[in-house]
Design a protein around this ligand. Sequence first.
Ligand code: SF4
Length: 277
Amino acid sequence: MTQLIRPFDPWKSPLCTCREKYSLNPYTGCAHGCLYCYSTYIPDFYKLRLKKRLEQRVEIDLKKIPEKSLISISNSSDPYPPVERKLEKTRNILRLLRDYNMRIMIVTKSDMVCRDVDLLDKGAVSISITTLRDEVASLIEPGAPNPEKRIKALQRLKESGIPVILRLDPILPGLTEGEVEKIIEKCSFADHIVSSTLKLRYDSFKRLKNISGEVYRRLYFIEGEKIRNSFYMPTEIRRNILDKVKKICEEFGLSYAFCREGFNFRAESCDGSHLIP
Ligand code: SF4
């Protein structure tokens, strides 16, 4: 059986600034259906599948790694698809991670994470928010809970004493970049913000074409550059967008970082893992 807990390695990106951590996906595929998703190189990605003998295999892997390792759940799927409410696969995994004294980073778009607050005393929670407009969210993230639910979840977790991270990620040029200030303002109670601009692959470009028209073709494939498997906008454009994020975070006195952009930031970690006890 293949390992389920693996060293985090985002396609060997030279721009990744993450500290050493492990990645674990309780589910294969994701029902949230985000048009920009970076994981759709996995066949049938939008069709959620269960992993065979998940709990047993995770326990085998846990015995092989040091205590207090940082485990990120999930980087290539969402750990809280709707079916998790009934199946509790992610909850079972969190119990195991607690029993083996691991440090946990949850990355999700779902408010369902609040259910598991009792298992996160050695954890932090990152929630991705790309827009405050329901009509935009339902267009680009059709299966995910709406932005208001995600903000409320961040607030509830914060009130429970869990470190919370806003993932302002990805920022879609021309579509959501104008909302950056409002999103940060609404989430200014967060302990850390990590942000990035949209990266494209051919499949995500096709999915976003109805929204972006030909603009993204020019920005990414003609004027932009390819880094490993993804197309980036020109550096100057990315820098302008993220300078705005930086300026607003500084106004609010917030810790911030950028994800795989190649720009400097002063936070102790990009992903907010420095907040985990
Ligand atoms: S929630 Fe994450 S993994 Fe799921 S479709 Fe959206 S971007 Fe992809």
